[in-house]
Design a protein around this ligand. Structure first.
Ligand SMILES: [Fe+2]
Length: 204
């Protein structure tokens, strides 16, 4: 649906996750990202009662010689696996390229880290724009009571690495506490720079 040389507009309704004509919808269920959650017993427990849909998204990827901008709309549903909130898989960019996120609905956090394990956390709420420099891995977490919906825009030729996150995790976990969401230290985290050779993968 992405025409690089023809202007167009589409309607996005944050209250209702809809996939426009010509875009492809992707679904990430718990079985697709078991290793991303910290509590493996909770993962198995949830899987026994059903393969939860954690998040879904559609994207319009730039194609052709003009190599314009690509974008996606993601909807992370509400829920936890153990105490850990539903979240995206998270990835590093292998090739240079920054990204912009614009939150359309819901409440959440963006977790970021460098390959040396430096960590940052950004609030995600409607109207908030989050800027992701090329060297920072990023993951989005839904800490609210409704879907977290956001737009992401990126430039040409960005490849992503999800496998290193599956191995190393993030320095922070976002868990449900008695007083609400808590960001705690991930005890099993190891800095990606110490995790060995990266595996290049395609996907969200
Ligand atoms: Fe990204």
């Amino acid at each position: 649906m992405n025409g690089n040389d023809i202007p167009y507009s589409i309607d996005i309704d944050p209250e209702c996750f809809q996939v426009p004509d010509g875009a492809t919808k992707f679904i990430r269920q718990l079985s697709d990202m078991q290793e991303m959650f910290s509590d493996s017993e909770a993962v198995q427990s949830v899987l026994e009662s059903g393969n939860a849909v954690i998040y879904e998204y559609w994207e319009s990827e730039s194609e052709g010689p003009e190599e314009g901008l690509s974008y996606s709309i993601t909807c992370i549903h509400t829920g936890t696996v153990g105490r850990e909130y539903y979240m995206t898989k998270g990835h590093f960019h292998i090739t240079d390229g920054d990204e912009i996120y614009l939150v359309l609905k819901g409440q959440g956090l963006m977790l970021l880290q460098t390959r040396d394990g430096e960590a940052r956390t950004l609030e995600m709420s409607p109207g908030k724009l989050c800027y992701v420099p090329t060297n920072w891995a990023h993951r989005n977490v839904n800490t609210g009571s409704e879907d977290l919906v956001f737009l992401c825009v990126w430039g040409p030729r960005i490849d992503s690495d999800y496998a290193v996150i599956a191995r190393s995790g993030f320095p922070q976990l976002v868990v449900k506490g008695l007083q609400g969401p808590q960001v705690i230290r991930n005890q099993s985290f190891s800095a990606p720079s110490a995790a060995g050779e990266e595996v290049k993968t395609k996907g969200d």
